[in-house]
Design a protein around this ligand. Structure first.
Ligand SMILES: [Zn+2]
Length: 203
């Protein structure tokens, strides 16, 4: 297995990790860079990996810094399934079109007040792009083992961060697995009334 860090490295947003082996390429998270302008500009660079070459995406949770690049990635050619817990899918159905709406609003504002050197200023993606990306979402329950290829599989485990948040445990080979990689996404907190803490069994 080969792992490449494409985001959330030397910064906390833009979470994207490319995991590949001889027969499959998987992107863990597809997050938007947020915060300072120099970070946000990274969303406008070419995609960090050819979207059409990625077979599938697994999302750890719905926060935009883990999912908000997905509409652009789909618009740029990604066509595979996007796996996430049912709650993450439900939240993404609200958050991603809303993010597209905000992108469109910002472009409109910049054009109206001539605040951009680009004429016209364009949105990073639109509501329509976001709705198209939602078509690819496939819910996966905690603890459900999903085969990604003959050699690679994964399951989601509670991360205790927001509703539906998960660790992604990827296994290669086996059974028993010869190699395991655990992506934590964002972890915790403890003692929340409606969310199991990280590391507990399927909820
Ligand atoms: Zn988060």
């Amino acid at each position: 297995m080969n792992l490449t860090f494409l985001g959330a490295t030397q910064t906390v947003t833009g979470s994207k990790f490319l995991l590949e082996n001889k027969d499959v390429r998987v992107l863990i998270d597809c997050g938007l860079f947020q915060g300072m302008k120099e970070l946000r500009l990274r969303n406008w660079e070419g995609p960090p990996v050819d979207p059409a070459s990625v077979d599938m995406i697994i999302l750890t949770h719905a926060h935009i810094d883990h999912t908000g690049y997905l509409p652009r990635f789909v618009a740029q050619g990604f066509k595979g399934p996007v796996y996430a817990t049912p709650a993450t899918v439900d939240l993404a159905r609200i958050l991603l079109p809303d993010a597209g709406h905000l992108q469109e609003e910002e472009a409109r504002y910049r054009n109206k007040h001539q605040l951009s050197k680009h004429k016209p200023a364009l949105p990073l993606y639109t509501v329509e792009n976001a709705v198209a990306a939602l078509e690819l979402l496939q819910p996966v329950k905690y603890g459900q083992v999903v085969a990604l290829s003959s050699t690679l599989g994964f399951e989601l485990m509670p991360a205790g961060h927001i509703l539906g948040s998960s660790f992604v445990r990827v296994r290669e080979g086996g059974p028993p697995a010869e190699k395991t990689v655990l992506f934590t996404g964002d972890i915790g907190r403890y003692d929340q009334p409606i969310i199991r803490p990280s590391g507990e069994g399927p909820s």
